[in-house]
Design a protein around this ligand. Structure first.
Ligand SMILES: [Mn+2]
Length: 320
């Protein structure tokens, strides 16, 4: 709390303030930035600016999203604040802005945050950076507006897979309750974030499901997408996000994999597991990595070779 007040002092002294996060931004990065920059106006700094080189279309509904600026020039900022960012280098094109600022501060929830900034608030018990921002707003006695609440709610919701991931805890729900009571537009957020999908992506999912096969007595589900499949659909890289989950969610399946061609002789593999199999180990043995329940790698060779190597490695993680 004492440290939070030191940040308030820094804000008070600064004439020019920039708020930054990682690129490309996710819901937590955007929600944390937007709520913070709005709060800075309440704290007497309406000239504070927030930056993001791009904004994925999914988040275009977020209140105040248009005030994010994609570039800057001019003098060094008195204070640069980064949110949801374990490493300042993740700010991409804004790294010179951050490095050039006279003072820096960081608000984050990542375990691996090395403590960027002159002042840093790293709270790994928070499921999202939005909750670290919420704690700061509480310490600063900034009254939550409806738009701040909605933006922070988007951060909490997206970083916890809408309250499903293992980082969801009691505090997640307590903070979410505070945001809902402050007027967070939870219905709009949920509809925009989770009930919206392009026709192309919907068809891609259909195609992937059509090509799905069950192996190992139904414990492994494999989706293979060869290029004619998705080229015909006009998909982009982003459309593949989450497709493999449809395979994982089949009853009895422990490991799911989506193999798709990225170029001749090279296949991209997305891996998911449900309860016990360590797909991080699978991916690492194939030169990739990730988490125990979600990982990825790329495998060379013909489709047949890639498939065999992958299944061989998956097999080792299947407990009898
Ligand atoms: Mn986050």
């Amino acid at each position: 709390m004492k440290k939070m007040h030191r940040l308030l002092d820094e804000i008070g002294r600064a004439e020019t303030i920039a708020v930054l996060s990682h690129v490309p931004p996710d819901g937590d990065a955007l929600g944390s930035m937007l709520a913070f920059v709005e709060a800075l106006a309440v704290l007497g700094k309406p000239q504070a600016r927030a930056f993001s080189a791009e904004v994925p279309g999914t988040y275009s509904f977020m209140p105040g999203i248009d005030r994010l600026e994609s570039g800057w020039e001019g003098d060094a900022f008195d204070l640069a604040i980064i949110v949801d960012c374990a490493d300042a280098r993740l700010t991409g094109a804004f790294l010179p802005l951050y490095r050039g600022a006279k003072r820096t501060a960081s608000l984050d929830h990542h375990m691996c945050n090395a403590g960027n900034g002159d002042l840093s608030f790293i709270d790994t018990t928070a499921s999202s950076a939005a909750q670290v921002v919420l704690a700061f707003l509480g310490a600063a006695r900034v009254e939550l507006t409806k738009s701040m609440a909605t933006n922070l709610y988007v951060g909490v919701s997206t970083d916890t897979g809408n309250f499903c991931f293992s980082n969801t805890n009691g505090r997640t729900f307590r903070d979410a309750a505070v945001l809902i009571e402050a007027g967070a537009d939870h219905q709009t957020a949920v509809t925009q974030l989770y009930k919206r999908r392009s026709l192309i992506k919907t068809r891609l999912i259909g195609r992937a499901i059509q090509n799905l096969e069950l192996l190992e007595g139904g414990r492994v589900a494999l989706m293979v997408m060869d290029d004619p499949d998705f080229e015909a659909l006009g998909t982009t890289e982003l459309d593949f996000e989450g497709v493999v989950d449809y395979a994982r969610d089949i009853e009895g399946v422990e490991v799911a994999a989506l193999i798709r061609k990225i170029r001749e002789g090279r296949y991209r593999v997305s891996l998911r597991s449900k309860f016990t199999a360590d797909v991080n180990a699978v991916a690492q043995r194939l030169g990739g990595g990730g988490h125990e329940r979600a990982s990825g790698c790329s495998v060379g060779g013909t489709l047949q070779e890639a498939r065999e190597r992958l299944l061989f490695e998956i097999d080792k993680e299947l407990r009898p």
